[in-house]
Design a protein around this ligand. Structure first.
Ligand code: 5AD
Ligand code: SF4
Length: 469
C-alpha cells in the first residue's frame, strides 16, 4: 500500500492558488464540467457527491456523461476481482475519447483502486493525470491546479480522514430526498478476505457536531431520509455534547431530533460490534426504519474462524433473536461469500442452514474473490471456480425465494413510502418502502418528496405495486 505524497517545490503555491480560486467562486463561473463515475459501495456514492461539492467553488458543474467533460473522475472499487481491470478498460475508452474529441480533458482515478495501485495506474494508463485515495479528495483543487501547471504527476494516497472531513465544504449540494451521511470510515476488523482495512485505513469516527451540522444542512435542503454510513458503522464512537462517549445508538437518537428528518437507516453493521445499547435504539426509535443489513458471510464456524470474523453462528443467531424481540417487524439483509478457502460441501450446507433458519428479506451474495495482499489470498485449499459457481447458484435460489416470499407477505398491508420520483409508466410514482423495496403506484407528481401510505397489491422479487391508501 503506498502512502507517499510526492511534492515538488511548487506545492505550497498550488495550495495558495487553490485557496484563492476556492475563495472566489464568482471569479470563475460554472463553465467547466466534471463527470464522476462511481463504482462500488455507498461510501463511494457519498464520496462522489462530496467531490462534486469540493469542485463546485472552483467552477466545475457536474454532468451526466463524459462527452462534454473537462474533467473525468473514476471513483473506483477494489472489493472484488476484476474491479481494477474494469477501471483500466474504462480508461482505454476515455483515452480514445480524449484523443479524438477533447485533448485538453483531464482524468483522475479516485477511490480504493487508486489507493491500492497508486503510481502503477499512471504507469499503466498515461492518460491519467491524477490519482487520489479515498482520504484525499478534499485536495482536488490543489491537484487540479498542479496538473494545469504541468508540474509532474499528482498522486495523493495519504490517510488523514480527520483532515479530509474538516476541509470539506460545510454545505452539500444534494438532489433527492434520501441521502447518505458518512459517520465512520475505515475498518480495524481485518476479515481475511477483505481489502477495506488496507484501502480505507483504520477506523475513524467523525465528531458528533460535524455530523449533526451536516444532517441539519441535508434537512434544510429537503432531505427526509438519512442513511448513516460507515464500513463498520456499529463501531462509531465519539464524544457527545454532554462530554460522555457516544455510540451509534446515541447518534441515531440525536439525528432523529432534527426537524424534517423522518427516516433514519444505518449500514454496514458487524455482528461483533452490535451491542445492547444499539439494539435498544432499534426497538425504541420510531424514525429508524425496520430494516437491518447484518452480514454473516458464512454459516460455518470453521469458515467464520478462518475469515477472522470473531464470532460464531450461534452468536449471530442469538443477536438476531434479540433484535427481533426488540423490533418484531424488522426485515433482515445479509452478505454471503461462498467458496472461501477450505470451504467444504458440509461448510456450505451450514450457510444454507443459516439462511433457512434466519430468513432474509434481501441479500448480497458473492463468490470468494482472491484479493492480493489479504491473508485469504495465500490460504491453502482454494475452492475451484466451478464449485464456487455451483454453490452461488444454490444459495441465490434460496435467498431469492425468501426475498420474494417477504415481498409477497406485504400484499394487503399499508406501507409508508418515501416518494423519490416518477415511475416508469405515465402517471406512476416510485418510492421506497420502510424495507427499502422499490414501490410503484399511481399518484400526482406533487407527492414527490413526501411520505405517503400505499396499500400493496402486487409483489415481485424486486419490487412492489400498490395504490395510495
Ligand atoms: N470476495 C468476495 N466477496 C467479498 N466481499 C468482501 N471482500 C470479498 C472478497 N474478497 C463481500 C463481503 C462484504 C461485501 C461488502 O463484499 O460479503 O460484506
Ligand atoms: Fe471488510 Fe470485515 Fe471490515 Fe467489513 S468488517 S469492511 S468485511 S474487514
Amino acid at each position: 500500500m503506498t502512502t507517499t505524497s510526492p511534492r515538488d517545490k511548487n506545492a505550497s503555491r498550488d495550495v495558495e492558488e487553490a485557496a484563492i480560486i476556492a475563495a472566489k467562486p464568482d471569479v470563475i463561473s460554472n463553465t467547466k464540467k466534471v463527470f464522476i463515475k462511481t463504482y462500488g459501495c455507498q461510501m463511494n456514492v457519498y464520496d462522489s457527491e462530496r467531490m462534486a461539492d469540493v469542485l463546485a467553488p472552483i467552477g466545475y458543474a457536474p454532468v451526466e456523461t463524459p462527452d462534454q467533460a473537462d474533467l473525468v473522475i473514476l471513483n473506483t472499487c477494489h472489493i472484488r476481482e476484476k474491479a481494477a481491470e474494469k477501471v483500466y478498460s474504462e480508461l482505454g475508452r476515455i483515452r480514445q475519447h480524449k484523443e479524438a474529441n477533447k485533448p485538453e480533458m483531464k482524468v483522475a482515478v479516485a477511490g480504493c483502486v487508486a489507493q491500492a495501485e497508486g503510481a502503477e495506474i499512471m504507469r499503466r494508463a498515461p492518460v491519467v493525470d491524477m490519482v487520489l485515495g479515498p482520504q484525499t479528495y478534499h485536495k482536488l483543487p490543489e491537484m487540479i491546479a498542479k496538473v494545469h501547471r504541468k508540474s509532474g504527476e499528482v498522486l495523493e494516497t495519504e490517510f488523514d480522514t480527520i483532515e479530509k472531513f474538516d476541509s470539506l465544504p460545510k454545505t452539500r449540494n444534494v438532489k433527492g430526498f434520501s441521502a447518505f451521511l458518512t459517520v465512520q470510515e475505515g475498518c480495524d476488523k481485518f476479515c481475511t478476505f477483505c481489502v477495506v482495512p488496507y484501502t480505507r485505513g483504520a477506523e475513524v469516527s467523525r465528531p458528533v457536531d460535524q455530523i449533526v451540522m451536516e444532517a441539519r444542512d441535508l434537512a434544510a435542503q429537503g432531505v427526509r431520509e438519512i442513511t448513516l454510513i460507515g464500513q463498520n458503522v456499529d463501531a462509531y464512537h465519539a464524544e457527545g455534547p454532554d462530554g460522555s462517549e457516544w455510540g451509534l445508538g446515541e447518534l441515531i437518537r440525536h439525528v432523529a431530533l432534527i426537524g424534517g428528518i423522518d427516516r433514519i437507516r444505518f449500514t454496514t453493521s458487524h455482528p461483533r460490534d452490535m451491542d445492547d445499547a444499539l439494539i435498544k435504539v432499534i426497538g425504541e426509535e420510531p424514525k429508524l426504519m425496520p430494516y437491518l443489513h447484518l452480514p454473516i458471510q458464512s454459516g460455518s464456524n470453521k469458515i467464520l474462524r478462518a475469515m477472522n470474523r470473531d464470532h460464531t453462528y450461534d452468536h449471530y443467531k442469538q443477536l438476531i433473536a434479540k433484535i427481533r424481540a426488540a423490533r418484531p417487524e424488522i426485515a433482515l439483509s445479509g452478505d454471503f461469500i461462498v467458496g472461501f478457502p477450505g470451504e467444504t460441501e458440509a461448510d456450505f450446507e451450514q450457510t444454507m442452514k443459516c439462511v433457512e433458519e434466519i430468513g432474509y428479506a434481501s441479500s448480497f451474495s458473492f463468490k470468494y474473490s482472491i484479493r492480493p495482499g489479504t491473508p485469504g489470498a495465500s490460504m491453502h485449499r482454494q475452492v475451484p471456480e466451478d464449485v464456487k459457481q455451483d454453490r452461488l447458484v444454490r444459495l441465490q435460489a434460496l435467498l431469492y425465494k425468501q426475498q420474494e416470499e417477504h415481498n409477497k407477505s406485504l400484499i394487503g398491508k399499508t406501507l409508508s413510502v418515501l416518494v423519490e420520483g416518477k415511475g416508469r409508466k405515465g402517471g406512476q410514482l416510485f418510492g421506497r418502502s420502510p424495507y427499502l423495496t422499490g414501490t410503484h403506484f399511481d399518484g400526482p407528481e406533487e407527492l414527490i418528496g413526501q411520505i405517503v401510505d400505499v396499500r400493496i397489491e402486487e409483489a415481485g422479487r424486486n419490487s412492489l405495486v400498490g395504490v395510495l391508501a
